[in-house]
Design a protein. Structure first.
Length: 265
């Protein structure tokens, strides 16, 4: 069954929710609600990765996320920590997080691999070419992203991670044009054998917004995101990372009933 990862941005400048969950109590309540709505995992992040966003000092990032991770863990809500910083990951894992979601795949902080390896936690490794100035040029985006992730996994294994700890993320929207994102989604099967599964993180991203009128708010992207989530689940994705859980929960329920109906009696 495909895991739903609900997003809680503990930032003042998120493109998707404008800092609505910046205060710890609001973020904890939001995470608990997403869990009640059907998210098996809550992804807590304290640094925006929108285009043009400035890096956040690790101490400030930790100040934002640690009370939220602790609060959700105390409620029994499974948590992943969305961070590129090894120090933040270490503290969050000690506070109860079960997974590290690193959009840099360990490239932003060389200490990340050792932190995850010693913890035994799950590790989401995204394809990453760097910040806003990273090249969007590809000859064959599926092959190049797959090969880059394969090489990254091999290096992480050298640092002590087990293959089953690693979830790969093709990095939709990161140094990729819309046509690259759609091609990656259309070839998710190419990533299925790399690690312990594939995460699809398309929710509310700009390429999804291109399907809508120019003045449509970010929330309007939730409907096409739910369709993407359903198709990703049908393609065998380990998980989908979404801002609106109810629409995706309904979409995945359809996929599960469809699959049950297709099985022989």
């Amino acid at each position: 069954m495909t895991v739903i990862m609900g997003v809680v941005n503990v930032t003042p400048d998120s493109f998707s929710d404008g800092g609505r969950w910046f205060e710890p109590d609001a973020a904890i309540a939001r995470g608990a609600l997403l869990h009640e709505q059907g998210a098996e995992l809550i992804d807590v992040g304290g640094e925006s990765t929108r285009p043009g966003a400035q890096r956040v000092d690790p101490a400030e990032e930790l100040r934002r996320v640690l009370p939220v991770v602790e609060g959700l863990a105390d409620l029994g809500v499974p948590v992943s920590i969305d961070t590129m910083n090894a120090s933040t990951a270490r503290a969050a894992l000690r506070a109860g997080a079960a997974i590290v979601n690193d959009v840099s795949g360990g490239l932003a902080d060389p200490g990340m691999a050792d932190v995850v390896a010693h913890s035994g936690a799950g590790y989401i490794v995204m394809h990453w070419r760097g910040g806003a100035d990273a090249s969007t040029a590809y000859m064959d985006v599926v092959t190049e992203v797959r090969d880059a992730l394969k090489a990254r996994i091999a290096e992480l294994i050298v640092h002590g991670l087990r293959p089953e700890q690693i979830i790969v993320d093709p990095g939709l929207g990161f140094a990729k044009l819309p046509e690259h994102n759609w091609r990656l989604l259309g070839h998710l099967d190419q990533f299925a054998t790399l690690g312990g599964g594939v995460l699809v993180a398309a929710s509310r991203k700009r390429f999804v917004g291109r399907l809508l009128p120019d003045d449509a708010p970010a929330e309007a992207r939730d409907e096409p995101t739910a369709v993407i989530s359903a198709l990703a689940a049908r393609s065998g994705a380990w998980g989908v990372r979404v801002h609106d859980v109810p629409s995706t929960r309904r979409a995945l329920d359809v996929v599960e009933h469809w699959a049950a109906g297709a099985r022989d009696e």
